[in-house]
Write a protein that binds this ligand. Structure first.
Ligand code: HPA
Length: 277
C-alpha cells in the first residue's frame, strides 16, 4: 500500500483502544539512546508496535519497538520507542502513520529527538542542538509524506511550513537548558535518506544549504505533525563531527558512543520543557 488512508489509521486506533484508554497531550519519538527518559515514565500501558496493523515496525534497533503511555512531569504522554527511517524501506507516508495516530489520540504536541552529525564547526560530539528549522531533501526530491490523497480530517492540501519548530517551545527549551546548566545550540537540521554516511562533497552541499547538523530522520514526522497543526519541539543529539575536512571517519559505533553522554542531558531538557507547558 503506497499511501496511508483514514481506514488504516482507524484500524490502528481501534487496536490501541482495545488495550489503552490513554489521552496523551504530548507525543514523543525518541531517537537512539533515550532509555533513561523512558525509565522515568509512570507507565500505564505498553503496546509492542508489532501488534499494530499497518505500523512501520523498526528494523534497525534490534527490537521491534513499543508504544508507551504514561505520565512524565505531570503530563500525559505517549512515547514511540523504535522509530523508523526511510532507508529501512518504508515510504515517508508510512513513517508519518505514528504521528497521525498520536494526533487522533489527542496529542497537541510532538517532541522529537534524533542523532545527528555536526556541520557547524562549533558543535562537538555530546552536544545538544534545538532544531529551529529543517531542509527536507527527501521531500524536495518528490517524496513528501503528504504526497497522495490529502487527509482533510487532519489538515489542508497545502500546509504552511513556516515556523515548523514552535518558537514558544524553543524559548522553553532555552529556559530549561539554562536552569539545568546544559549547553544547547540552535540550528538547522538537514535530512537525507542514508543509510550510507555522506561523502565530503555531499557535506559541502549540506553546509552550503545552510545546515548546522545532518541526519536521516525526523523531517517526515515533523511535516506530518505540522499538517495537522501539532506544535513541534525538535532536539538533535550531536554524535559526531562529519567529514567536511576530508579526514574524519564516521561509523555507527561512534555515533552510539556519544549517545551515552547525550541521553541524560536530553532527558533533563525534555523534563524541563514538560514542566513548562
Ligand atoms: N550523518 C548522517 N546521519 C547521522 C550522522 C552523520 O554524520 N550522525 C548521526 N546520524
Amino acid at each position: 500500500m503506497e499511501f496511508i488512508t483514514m481506514k488504516m489509521i482507524e484500524e490502528v486506533i481501534a487496536t490501541i483502544r482495545e488495550r489503552s484508554s490513554a489521552q496523551p497531550r504530548v507525543g514523543m519519538i525518541l531517537g537512539s539512546g533515550l532509555g533513561a527518559l523512558a525509565n522515568s515514565i509512570e507507565v500505564s500501558d505498553e503496546i509492542p508496535t508489532a501488534d499494530l496493523p499497518h505500523w512501520p515496525v523498526s528494523t534497525v534497533e534490534g527490537h521491534a519497538g513499543r508504544l508507551i503511555f504514561g505520565v512524565l512531569e505531570g503530563q500525559n504522554i505517549m512515547v514511540l520507542q523504535g522509530r523508523t527511517h526511510y532507508y529501512e524501506g518504508y515510504s515517508t507516508n508510512q513513517i508519518g502513520l505514528p504521528i497521525r495516530v498520536m494526533k487522533s489520540l489527542g496529542a497537541e504536541f510532538l517532541f522529537v529527538s534524533n542523532a545527528a552529525g555536526a556541520i557547524n564547526a562549533d558543535f562537538n560530539p555530546g552536544d545538544l542542538m534545538c532544531i529551529t528549522d529543517h531542509v527536507n531533501l527527501i521531500g524536495m526530491a518528490g517524496l513528501s509524506p503528504l504526497r497522495g490523497p490529502n487527509l482533510d480530517e487532519y489538515g489542508p492540501r497545502f500546509p504552511d511550513m513556516a515556523r515548523a519548530y514552535d518558537w514558544d517551545l524553543i524559548a522553553l527549551a532555552r529556559q530549561a537548558a539554562q536552569e539545568e546548566n546544559i549547553l544547547l545550540h540552535e540550528g538547522v537540521y538537514f535530512c537525507l535518506s542514508g543509510p550510507e554516511f555522506e561523502t565530503q562533497a555531499d557535506l559541502k552541499f549540506v553546509q552550503l544549504a545552510g545546515a548546522d547538523a545532518v541526519g536521516m530522520s525526523t523531517v517526515a514526522e515533523v511535516t506530518v505533525a505540522r499538517h495537522s497543526g501539532m506544535r513541534v519541539l525538535g532536539l538533535s543529539g550531536i554524535t559526531n563531527k562529519t567529514n567536511l575536512d576530508g579526514k574524519t571517519f564516521v561509523s555507527h559505533e561512534k555515533t552510539l558512543a556519544a549517545g551515552e553522554t547525550i541521553a541524560p542531558k536530553l532527558a533533563a531538557l525534555i523534563a524541563g520543557v514538560l514542566r513548562r507547558i
